[in-house]
Design a protein around this ligand. Sequence first.
Ligand code: AMP
Ligand code: GLY
Length: 411
Amino acid sequence: MKILVIGGGGREHALCWKLAQTAGVEVFASPGNPGMARVGKCLPLEQAEELGADLTVVGPEGPLVEGIVDRFRARGLRIVGPNREAARLEGSKAYAKYFMQQRGIPTAESVTVDSAEDARKAVERFGFPVVLKADGLAAGKGVIIAENSAAAEAALGVLGPPRGRLVVEEFLRGEEVSFIALSDGRDVATLAPTQDHKAAFDGDTGPNTGGMGAYCDSSILSESQTTEVLERVIYPTVEATGFTGFLYAGLMMTESGPKVLEFNVRLGDPETQPLMHRMASDFAPALMAAAEGELGGVKLEWRREPSVCVVMASGGYPGGFETGKAIHGIEEAERFGVTVFQAGTRMGERGLETAGGRVLGVTASGGDLAEAIARAYEGVERIRFEGMHYRRDIGSKGVGRSGGASVLTTG
Ligand code: AMP
Ligand code: GLY
């Protein structure tokens, strides 16, 4: 069976790596990257539709929002992902808020505004800190949390009208959880909960990024919390939209229960890296079932061992950065026993080099979360490229929660 993965980042490398473990599956990636070329064949996007894959799985939101699923389905091709209409849940924050308000799905209180004047009124209403969100896709850079009116004014200058509509919302406190479910339009298979680390630097400081690391551990949500999220967020959304593909609810676990910060209509990056590492089930049959509307009764199984992914990024990311830096030590790290998922890499004349902001996702599992973290960082320490930076505290909140000793990492 030919499975085609659309995308070229760490999330897609992890997906390809997992799918390649299923007997009889031939993995293709478009456009892919040098990491994916190790587990499958890469082909240009223009050739993807012509491949005639038995199943296509879409990684990033861009093609989904542009309607790749509608196009493939119109040609009778099996594909996992939402149609263009359902992809609006991620493509427009104003639409997602409207949808949640209509359906009574728990989320932060908010108003959508079209003018700077209305934005200022909304800011006044919510008080500080206040959250300002650009309406459209912004690669994780469309949200600003303003602590005072000067910061809110500055945020308005960056995001606000006339650039586009703005969602102004109440600031929520709690722990963030990435909750992802695979749906066939009616039935749902739940993925294990993960926690991302969006801020660039240790202790959740610095600007927001696409995600600097993630871990997957059963301690992130209790069974009753999982049930609550399914009943209050996932099932009503699937029922209302007939959603197909990966529905990702970015949640804040507040004192008054889970609230949706955002919907994504795809797998998370880097959440997919620890998810694929910890998944015990074969993924290919579940994806096929999802594409065929036969997910009923499918349950994904997870290893007990937690998993962790530490992202190694280019110097300067999420701001400007240089590319073309030689990457050393991946093989040594892999010999040590970690899995190195590639994101922003390319094959240069002298070997593998950096080609993006987030470059590698060093991923490991362990007997407990502390051990998984220690192993991942031992892998990280074997890898180097000029200017690299990474967070040294990935997963440490989870270690606190599961009652283990806190972990210090060096290097
Ligand atoms: P979003 O793209 O909407 O998930 O926002 C990006 C990040 O901003 C989230 O992962 C949170 O860390 C933060 N954030 C967004 N909305 C809120 C909110 N209402 N209260 C607190 N933090 C938020
Ligand atoms: N890691 C956050 C996201 O994929 O949106």
